[in-house]
Design a binder for this molecule. Structure first.
Ligand SMILES: NC(=O)c1ccc[n+]([C@@H]2O[C@H](COP(=O)([O-])OP(=O)(O)OC[C@H]3O[C@@H](n4cnc5c(N)ncnc54)[C@H](O)[C@@H]3O)[C@@H](O)[C@H]2O)c1
Length: 373
């Protein structure tokens, strides 16, 4: 390896947070980007006025956004194939639609590139197996885009759990309430279950991963109900309620709604000595609390049988934003690859959360309780 790892980003939607990660990492050299969308190839800030991109604005300053990629000495390709064929590139962030992860990922691994693969890792267990096989055959590594694992508020929850604040964990719950997925994606891929896997595979996979990450336990049984009667132009569930059991018999519940007018993510850990409550917003000023607070994330905790007001809290600012977390996971991936240390999320984490999501989807479709043991 050269002094810096030569990297590339394929897909410049959320991939722009990966660009920010490589540009800010002392270990990386961003040598190329690729996108099929001409506007995104033209300038760094190609589609930054688009709704999907607005929350990434704080990551890249206006001067940088106004530049052409070539001015930064970054090569621009119109297809992933050119990245695979570029011998200089060692690590690729693959940020293309979900249904392309398998074929593009296998192509890049076979061309000798390491991957930072956006979630979900694939749309089926068989497809994920082909990615594992290609990585193994070519001695390459795959890091997964589960950036909540570097979110400082999440790490605070983990630290409190590790310090015994809640005692033995008996239950975990998580509720995400948010507006629908943006309708400005490439070829509207996210609106088709065939291309995105539906809500459970496309996004609830994040929350299954968080449940595993925080509790350190495996989910072994799931049941899911949902409804698909609100967004007619998305051919899958608008809202899903999943509940189930971890290996040790402790329980979880996850509610995920694309039916909101604002964003909130609530995470609760219920232990035999205490509990943790945490809330995240998409913006410091939120309609959901009447604009009364200015933080991005809050973690509060208290003992079992608390009397009112007993407990503590800590708040988090921009460092708890999605874009910043993706940027930090990118930098961590480059460093881990160079040092030979574990990634924040390994491919097996991506596979496990995909299996849970597929089990939940099967439960939603069949009404069955699904065993994952
Ligand atoms: N980790 C996270 O929190 C997070 C957040 C958002 C999206 N994602 C994931 O990132 C991926 C991309 O999502 P998005 O929201 O940026 O979608 P998007 O539609 O905005 O961007 C996808 C891009 O891929 C490009 N593309 C498609 N085929 C290509 C090809 N053959 N060669 C080069 N470029 C090609 C498209 O032109 C498009 O610009 C998805 O897998 C999604 O699930 C992850």
């Amino acid at each position: 390896m050269s002094t810096r790892t030569n990297t590339a980003v394929v897909g410049l939607g959320i991939g722009m947070a990966h660009v920010a990660g490589y540009l800010s990492s002392p270990d990386a050299n961003l040598v190329a980007v690729a996108d099929a969308w001409p506007e995104r190839r033209e300038r760094v800030g190609g589609t930054f006025d688009q709704g999907s991109m607005l929350n990434l604005r704080p990551l890249l300053d206006d001067e940088l956004l106004s530049k052409r990629w070539e001015e930064l000495e970054i090569r621009v390709y119109d297809d992933v194939t050119a990245v695979a064929e570029d011998p200089e590139i060692e690590l690729v962030s693959l940020c293309t639609p979900d249904d392309t992860h398998e074929s593009y990922g296998v192509m890049l691994l076979e061309a000798g590139k390491h991957l930072l693969l956006e979630k979900p890792v694939a749309l089926s267990v068989a497809a994920a197996g082909r990615l594992t096989a290609a990585a193994r055959a070519n001695d390459r590594r795959i890091s997964v885009g589960y950036e909540m694992r570097v979110n400082p508020a999440v790490l605070k929850i983990r630290e409190l759990m590790g310090a015994g604040v809640v005692g033995e964990v008996r239950a975990f719950s998580l509720y995400q309430y948010r507006p629908p997925f943006r309708r400005d994606k490439w070829e509207k891929w996210i609106q088709a279950k065939k291309r995105s896997g539906g809500l459970l595979v496309e996004e609830t996979c994040h929350w299954f991963d968080l449940a595993r990450f925080l509790t350190g336990r495996e989910i072994v049984q799931v049941h899911c109900v949902g409804s698909d009667r609100i967004h007619a132009d998305f051919d899958y569930e608008d809202i899903a309620f999943v509940q189930g059991v971890f290996t040790d018999g402790s329980v979880f519940q996850i509610g995920h709604a694309l039916t909101g007018f604002d964003y909130s993510l609530i995470v609760q850990v219920h232990g035999d000595r205490g509990a943790i409550w945490s809330g995240f917003k998409a913006d410091p000023r939120s309609l959901l609390d009447g604009g009364q607070t200015g933080y991005m994330g809050i973690v509060s905790w208290g003992p079992v049988n608390a009397i009112q007001g007993e407990g503590s809290f800590v708040t988090f600012g921009d460092e708890a934003r999605e874009g910043e977390n993706i940027r930090d996971n990118v930098a961590h991936t480059v460093k881990s690859l160079r040092d030979g240390t574990p990634f924040v999320a390994e491919f097996d984490d991506g596979l496990r959360s995909l299996q849970i999501a597929l089990a939940a989807r099967h439960s939603l479709e069949s009404g069955e309780l699904v065993d994952l043991k």
